[in-house]
Design a protein around this ligand. Structure first.
Ligand SMILES: [Zn+2]
Length: 170
């Protein structure tokens, strides 16, 4: 099975959300998460490609041309510095299944708030042929969630990897 990983945003052109206190950037956290995730999935025997790029059209076409079975976009949320939690977006029926496996693994692994799985009208979900999800791991602008992202990122990523293999064997 081929898994295409898209750490969101771009480390040069689009930082994504930024923590207003520490200046930690979403693009850096998701880049790190993407690298970890690729390693765990390869260890589990899956084929992996990864691309973090400002051009979502390029990201989607790379995934589609490769013939990815699954597409996983990694993000950190931001709202008003108070909101917290984890949510996973999907579009298709199988995307909903994959989102469910990933979301429940994360909820069981780290003390985050379960914001559930949601349908999303998002570019990468609309323009990929693979079964696609977008994981908002936690809120980067909330200090408690930032601590999760910084101190327990490996646990979050391992949970995402288990969610993917749960889907694979289900
Ligand atoms: Zn983002």
């Amino acid at each position: 099975m081929k898994v295409f990983i898209n750490p969101g945003h771009d480390r040069v052109y689009d930082s994504g959300a930024i923590n207003p206190v520490t200046g930690v950037r979403e693009c850096d956290i998701v880049a790190k998460a993407g690298k970890l995730l690729a390693g765990y999935l390869q260890t589990a025997g899956l084929e992996v490609r990864s691309l973090q790029d400002d051009s979502l059209a390029l990201v989607c076409s790379e995934s589609n041309e490769w013939g990815a079975d699954l597409f996983v976009s990694l993000h950190c949320n931001a709202f008003n510095t108070e909101a917290r939690g984890t949510e996973t977006y999907y579009k298709s029926f199988n995307g909903q299944r994959l989102a469910g496996f990933i979301q429940s693994q994360i909820i069981r692994s780290v003390p985050t708030i379960d914001r559930g799985c949601k349908t999303g009208d998002l570019y990468v979900l609309n323009n990929t042929d693979a079964v696609a999800v977008l994981v908002e791991m936690a809120f980067i602008d909330n200090m408690d969630d930032l601590a999760l992202l910084e101190q327990q990122l490996d646990k979050i990523v391992r949970a995402i990897a288990r969610g993917i293999t749960d889907y694979w064997i289900a």
